[in-house]
Design a protein around this ligand. Structure first.
Ligand SMILES: [Zn+2]
Length: 62
């Protein structure tokens, strides 16, 4: 069990690239390290298990 110390921010590993991501409000894409990783993960999920005909707001192209 590896709990972070109370004086350091909680961190998670990006599900895409395993980079450490501080769990803070300014980490917009947590648990991902970046928008790129977030989109990659959502894209993989959508492609494998869920064909989407429309474009939900969270998957709008940039
Ligand atoms: Zn990442």
């Amino acid at each position: 069990m590896a709990r972070p110390a109370n004086d350091s921010p909680l961190e998670v590993n990006c599900p895409q690239c395993a980079k450490r991501v501080p769990w803070l409000p300014e980490s917009t894409y947590r648990p991902f390290c970046s928008k790129r990783c977030q989109l990659l993960d959502l894209g993989a999920w959508a492609d494998e298990s869920h064909r989407i005909s429309g474009s939900p707001p969270w998957m709008r192209p940039i």
